[in-house]
Design a protein around this ligand. Structure first.
Ligand SMILES: [Zn+2]
Ligand SMILES: [Zn+2]
Length: 310
C-alpha cells in the first residue's frame, strides 16, 4: 500500500492505516491511534470526522458509521448521484465495551470483509472463553497466565472482558501494550488496574495474569515468567491446528471480526444488490451471496497483506 495524497482510513490496524499520506480523513480516535503508533507526523494533515456526519467532497458525500471492530473503527458510506456504497473495513456486529456498536447502513453496494468467511467459523460467546481463563487461573495459583494478544484492539477487549467477569487484581502488561491501553483508558474504557510487567520479579508473577504481544511469547521476554500457562486470544484459535502449532496451552477464541453467521445476517440486512467480498476468504461468501440472488464478486485489494490482528 503506497502513500497517497488523500487517504480515508477506517481504523488504526496496520493493514488499513499506514504512515506517509499527505492528508488523512478518519475518526478522532483513529487519528490518535495512528499518532501513537506511527508518530505525531505520520501524515502532513489530519481531518477528524464524527460518526453519522455527512461530509461533501466534490460531488461525493462521505459518512462514517461505527464498525464495531476496535475503538474508533468505521464503515464508510460513499454517496454519488444517488448510489450508495458502503465499505466496511473490518467489522463485527456483536456488542462489546471497547468499540462503538456496529450500525447497519442501507446501501446498493456493500463491500464486506471476509476474514472468517467460511461456515466453520462460528465464534463462541467470548464470556465463556474468559470463564475458562479465570477458572484456570484459580486452579493453578503457582503458575502465571500469559495471554498473547494483538496490541491494538484485542488486548483492550480481553482486559475489558476480564474486568466484566469480576476479576479485579492488577494485570501486568508487556511494554508494547502500555501506550494503547492508556489511550483506551483516557477515552473512558474501563480496563482496571494495569501494571508494567517490567517492575516485577519472577516470584511475584505467581497466580498473576500477564498480557503480551504474540511475538513476545516466544522470545527471551517470557523467560521471566514462572511456569507460564501460554494463552492466545484470537479468532483463529478456533482452528485447533493453529493453537497446537503455536504451542498454546489455553486457546481463547475471541474475535474482532464478524463470523460466518454475522456475515450472512448482515449482508442481506443492508438491502444491497451488489456485494464485493474482500479481505480474507472470498470464495465461500461470494458463492453464498450468488445463491441468495445477489451480484457478488471478489475484490482483490492491491498490496494487501495477510491480517495478523484478528
Ligand atoms: Zn482491523
Ligand atoms: Zn483488516
Amino acid at each position: 500500500m503506497k502513500p497517497v495524497d488523500r487517504a480515508i482510513i477506517t481504523h488504526g490496524h496496520a493493514d488499513h492505516a499506514r504512515a506517509g499520506h499527505d492528508k488523512v480523513l478518519a475518526t478522532t480516535q483513529t487519528i490518535e491511534i495512528m499518532k501513537r503508533r506511527y508518530g505525531e507526523n505520520c501524515a502532513n494533515h489530519f481531518q477528524a470526522i464524527a460518526f453519522d456526519e455527512p461530509l461533501q467532497i466534490d460531488d461525493v458525500t462521505i459518512t462514517f458509521y461505527p464498525a464495531g471492530h476496535i475503538l474508533g473503527s468505521a464503515q464508510i458510506l460513499i454517496e454519488h448521484k444517488g448510489h450508495r456504497v458502503v465499505a466496511t473495513g473490518d467489522y463485527k456486529t456483536i456488542p462489546e465495551s471497547t468499540a462503538q456498536q456496529f450500525e447497519l447502513v442501507q446501501c446498493e453496494t456493500f463491500i464486506t470483509e471476509a476474514t472468517f468467511g467460511l461456515p466453520v467459523f462460528q465464534h463462541p460467546d467470548p464470556k465463556e472463553e474468559i470463564k475458562k481463563l479465570l477458572q484456570s487461573v484459580e486452579e493453578q495459583p503457582e503458575r502465571c497466565h500469559v495471554i498473547g494478544a494483538y496490541a491494538l484492539g484485542k488486548t483492550q477487549r480481553v482486559l475489558s472482558l476480564i474486568r466484566e467477569a469480576g476479576y479485579d487484581a492488577p494485570i501486568y502488561l508487556h511494554g508494547a501494550n502500555i501506550k494503547l491501553c492508556e489511550y483506551y483508558q483516557s477515552e473512558g474504557i474501563e480496563l482496571g488496574v494495569l501494571r508494567k510487567a517490567l517492575d516485577k520479579v519472577k516470584e511475584e508473577f505467581k497466580g498473576a495474569i500477564v498480557m503480551a504481544p504474540p511475538s513476545a511469547l516466544k522470545d527471551r521476554w517470557s523467560r521471566r515468567l514462572p511456569d507460564p500457562v501460554v494463552c492466545y486470544a484470537s479468532g483463529w484459535m478456533s482452528v485447533k491446528q493453529r493453537a497446537k502449532q503455536s504451542l498454546v496451552e489455553l486457546p481463547l477464541i475471541i474475535s474482532d471480526h464478524a463470523d460466518w453467521n454475522e456475515l450472512t445476517q448482515t449482508i442481506p440486512a443492508t438491502g444491497a444488490e451488489n456485494i464485493w467480498v474482500t479481505h480474507g476468504r472470498e470464495d465461500a461468501l461470494v458463492h453464498w451471496c450468488t445463491q441468495q440472488g445477489l451480484n457478488a464478486e471478489p475484490l482483490s485489494i492491491q498490496g494487501r497483506e495477510e491480517e495478523a490482528n484478528e
